[in-house]
Design a protein around this ligand. Structure first.
Ligand code: ADP
Ligand code: MG
Length: 692
């Protein structure tokens, strides 16, 4: 219940100071200047008033109920002040000051003490070490915050732990003429959490989109669970920073080496349906479109321009953002030929010329709006001194008001001179940008969101033919013996239990046995050195392929016996499978989250190629299909030059079966099947590793 926080009726400030350059003083000023609809109570043992508002010696002296108490006092005094708040029946405390867990163990102890006391009194804590909240709703006007921006009411709500970044986003929206609805920056977030705030914003009717900034996720699985539900209702635009820290630790196997730590956050965003950004300016610029524009039905853009070059830049940027610029219908061309100047260039981009007036722009926009094959409109508008730019702006606003398809506008002007034109566009809620590329990226983000909305992820399929018990037993036995890796026989046993097809194999102890096994399997065969101490076999001469007869098998075994002096050395004799495509499927446990499941181009060059894609388990059928389709080399897996493509159904099944295995059998830290040899109607695993 965060209503007390975002819609307080009475706010007190413990540590309200008469000194102007003090947080306790600024919060009172902000509440007053912003026109807070509730009561403000400065608490100060010495002052009789602060900024003209009657002050009280103690929170206990305040005559009415108090929803929110700011504490702008040293950390050391906070626990006692929380006790007082408890006696007063305060619902929520905003701890603005620092000196808590962010400073080290001593501060962390105070923070914990505060939490314990707050819990006893049923008080929620916001912060510590935080800015606070803002609610611009005309009925509330709560500025429980010490930041500097003065937002207009709007439809975007912002949440971030970092006050600095939250302010930056906030100010950027203000500069673009986009208001803010709710704003929350909760610092150390020892109690009220990011997911809780996102959920609250999700339920706030007047919040149209949510902007989120994080540096990491504390409780990733709860975040995913909560935020996913919100994202299903309204757009969440998020940025994660702190990306340069290399999470890759020394790789014990391929999957581990490739899966960087930060990838988990990206995958959580993806699974939750969050629109993710890597650049704060892009995030803010996209936010401005979400504030006013409908979501497009597709990726096809109509470009209207009254200047040449910027349309070229815009076209490049739109296409780079995954959008398309379709040709116009004959009917549309005819209408435009009859309405625009004869010199206008009729096409897409549509150049209406710098001399175009409002009516020409209007005809261009109306035509694009009527075109079935166009989903959104991009406008380049240079304010030529020889035309009535205000009437052009009014036409754009008029069309924007219809909300049929999204419109964005790259406005090229001197804002100091063309003030009225700028004002008309801003007041008319037309998202305007200073650069064609920025406008194009913002539109691309909106289209990307449209795709997220339309995607069908479905539920993970549970294969009923698996033998969970056998897989569990194999793993428990290895764990019982204190082993961290499984032998080839154990690994193949698990693959078998999960109906992941493997090439026929036997284990042999010596050359004689090897030859017998080879004869059973049928030539040609492969011989591999099998030992817990040999990780990448082929690098060390531990793989001999295409052996045609017994003599070759004996020779390979003898050679490997000499090369490796491992105690546990055995030989894997395997059916030789020539001519298929090599792929990799793997999984890696992610603390508190489940597993990352990987698919990619496999073989011994997997690290060099780095053509892999990850998803968070459990992987649904739709997600497995998407994985299959999203490699750089996916075209090579399809039909090429008269050859049929690989067995897509077989591959996506292996991905889903691996996902099911790691999800339902506890203890698998990391696994990879590399390679799986894929043919047009079959797939076979020929090498796999599992670590616990
Ligand atoms: P490692 O990964 O430990 O080096 P692999 O068993 O993956 O050993 O073998 C290395 C390479 O040898 C594979 O990528 C594949 O090209 C080839 N290979 C291995 N087993 C077979 C097989 N049964 N049939 C055909 N080629 C194979
Ligand atoms: Mg291998």
């Amino acid at each position: 219940m965060l209503d007390a926080l975002f819609k307080p009726k009475a706010v007190a400030v413990i540590g309200a100071s008469a000194k102007e350059l003090h947080i306790g003083n600024q919060i009172i000023r902000n509440l007053l200047d912003f026109g807070f609809k509730g009561s403000v109570y400065p608490i100060n043992p010495k002052a009789s008033e602060i900024r003209g508002v009657k002050a009280y010696k103690s929170i206990l002296d305040v005559p009415t109920e108090v929803d929110v108490v700011h504490m702008a006092i040293p950390a050391l005094f906070v626990p006692q002040a929380i006790e007082d708040c408890g006696r007063k029946g305060v619902k929520l405390v905003i701890l603005n000051g620092g000196g808590f867990s962010e400073t080290g163990p001593a501060g962390a102890a105070i923070e914990k003490d505060c939490m314990v006391r707050a819990r006893q009194h049923g008080i929620r804590i916001f912060g510590p070490n935080c800015q606070g909240i803002i609610n611009t709703d005309p009925e509330v006007r709560a500025y429980c915050n010490f930041t500097f921006t003065r937002p207009e009411p709007g439809s975007i709500s912002i949440v971030a732990l970092s006050g600095g970044v939250a302010s930056l986003i906030h100010q950027a929206f203000a500069d673009m003429g986009v208001g803010t609805r709710l704003y929350a920056s909760n610092g150390n977030a020892c109690d009220v959490s990011i997911p809780e705030i996102v959920q609250y914003f999700g339920n706030d009717e007047k919040t149209r989109a949510i902007v989120l900034y994080v540096e990491g996720l504390r409780d990733a699985s709860r975040f995913l669970e909560v935020v996913r539900k919100v994202a299903a209702k309204k757009p969440i635009l998020a940025m994660k920073a702190g990306r340069t820290e290399e999470g890759a630790k020394a790789a014990s196997s391929h999957t581990g080496g490739i899966a960087k730590q930060e990838m988990a956050t990206d995958l959580i965003f993806e699974k939750a349906g969050i629109l993710s950004f890597r650049d704060e300016a892009e995030l803010c610029q996209a936010g401005a479109v979400f504030a006013s524009q409908p979501v497009p039905h597709g990726k096809r853009v109509g470009v209207i321009t009254n200047t040449g070059g910027p349309a070229v830049i815009a076209t490049d940027a739109l296409v780079a953002g995954g959008l398309t610029i379709p040709v116009l219908s004959e009917q549309a061309k005819e209408v435009l030929t009859n309405t625009l100047f004869p010199e206008a260039s009729i096409g897409n981009p549509l150049d209406v010329l710098a001399t175009a007036e409002g009516k020409h722009f209007r005809a261009a926009m109306d035509t694009m709006m009527d075109e079935d094959q166009i989903d959104s409109i991009y406008i380049n508008f240079v304010t030529a001194p020889f035309v009535d730019t205000e009437s052009i702006a009014r036409e754009i606003v008029e069309v924007n008001r219809q909300q049929r398809k999204p419109i964005i506008c790259n406005l090229m002007t001197d804002k100091g001179q063309w003030t009225e034109t700028v004002r008309i566009l801003k007041d008319g809620n037309v998202p305007i940008y200073d650069f064609p590329g920025a406008a194009a990226k913002a539109l691309a983000a909106l289209a990307r969101y449209g795709e997220i909305r339309r995607r069908k992820t479905g539920k993970p399929k549970l294969f009923q033919d698996v033998d969970q018990w056998t897989a569990k037993t194999i793993i428990e036995q290895a764990q019982g013996a204190g082993r961290k890796t499984l032998s080839a026989a154990e690994v193949y046993g698990i693959l078998n239990a999960y109906k992941i097809p493997v090439a026929e194999w036997r284990i042999a102890a010596n050359a004689e046995e090897a030859e017998r096994c080879a004869a059973e399997i049928g030539y040609p065969v492969v011989v591999k050195a099998d030992s817990g101490s040999i990780l990448h076999k082929s690098d060390r001469g531990g793989v001999a392929v295409n052996l045609q007869n017994g003599r070759a098998v004996r020779a390979a075994v003898n050679r490997m016996s000499k090369r490796f002096d491992a105690q546990d050395l055995k030989f894997l004799i395997q059916e030789y499978l020539p001519g298929g495509k090599e792929i990799i499927v793997g999984a890696k446990a992610e603390e508190g989250l489940g597993h990352l499941v990987m698919f990619g181009i496999g073989g011994v060059h997997v690290e060099v190629l780095q053509d892999t894609v990850f998803k968070l388990s459990p992987v649904t059928s739709a997600e497995a299909q998407e994985m299959f389709c999203s490699l750089k080399a996916t075209p090579l897996l399809g039909a090429v030059r008269g050859k049929k493509g690989v067995d897509k159904k077989g591959v996506t099944q292996v991905i889903q079966r691996v996902s099911q295995l790691v999800t339902e059998v506890p203890g698998i830290q990391e696994m990879d099947i590399n390679p799986i040899i894929a043919y047009e109607d079959h797939v076979f695993a020929v090498d796999a590793r599992i670590s616990l």
